[in-house]
Write a protein that binds this ligand. Structure first.
Ligand code: DX5
Ligand code: ZN
Length: 228
């Protein structure tokens, strides 16, 4: 099942954009499973980052799946463009569209894996009716918009809920956590049931991103196998 293994997803938001290919290769060597790509529109979140052309370039630079986190209003307007550019997984925010169900269906119909993200202020119950349509649930552990923010502990409770539901309904979604994830909290997050770990600062703002990736996997894998 897709959630039965831990995945490390370095977030290139914290990478040096002038050396993106090189930085992606470094985390690949550290055993990264997925590359997390943060797309921001300056409206849904107060920051602007990168868009479709960067995803297309990354597609040529790596074989790893691209996990495209759309922090944009009405993401359904751009889903097709991102999938065509090479996104393997597309994550839309529950708060960004009145048509979450439709957006998730669109992603799958285009042949990508679908995910929904929730902000720290959004309860998990908002995803109840679309649980079967998601390959990933993304729990934001910071308010989206910037890298390097402090982890908000409320994410733990949400991860535990999603982990419980996953077992109860025999569902197969991954539980992904994003924001302030580091070597200090990765094990506890894995124990709560998270299996995809997005990490920007704690990987790229270190002297050796490959080693940081490897160490996060070691800590998270050990704890995930001991989860309740
Ligand atoms: C925040 C982004 C994150 C960000 C995480 O809005 O969604 O993916 O890159 O950065 P860190 O790991 O530095 O908190
Ligand atoms: Zn993200």
């Amino acid at each position: 099942m897709s959630y039965a293994r831990v995945e490390i997803a370095p977030s290139i938001l914290a990478a040096d954009f002038a050396r993106l290919g090189e930085q992606v290769r470094a985390v690949e060597q550290g055993g990264a499973d997925v590359i997390h790509v943060d797309v921001m529109d300056g409206s849904f979140v107060p920051n602007i980052s990168i868009g479709v052309p960067v995803v297309a370039s990354l597609r040529k630079a790596t074989q790893l799946p691209l996990d495209v986190h759309l922090m944009i209003d009405r993401p359904e307007r751009y889903i097709e463009d991102f999938v065509r550019a090479g996104a393997n997984r597309v994550l839309v925010h529950q708060e960004a569209t009145p048509h979450l169900d439709r957006a998730l269906s669109m992603i799958r119909e285009l042949g990508a894996e679908a995910g929904a993200a929730i902000n720290p202020g959004t309860p998990v119950v908002m995803l109840n009716d679309v649980l079967g349509k998601m390959d990933t649930v993304l729990v934001m552990s910071v308010n989206p918009g910037f890298g390097g923010q402090q982890f908000i502990p409320g994410a733990f409770e949400k991860i535990r809920h999603l982990n419980e539901w996953r077992a109860r309904y025999n569902a197969a979604y991954r539980i992904e956590v994003d924001g302030g994830v580091d070597l200090e909290n990765a094990a506890e997050l894995a124990q709560a049931g998270a299996n995809t770990f997005v990490a920007g600062t704690s990987i790229f703002h270190t002297p050796d991103p490959a080693a940081a990736t490897r160490e996060m996997r070691r800590l998270a894998s050990k704890a995930f196998s001991q989860r309740v």
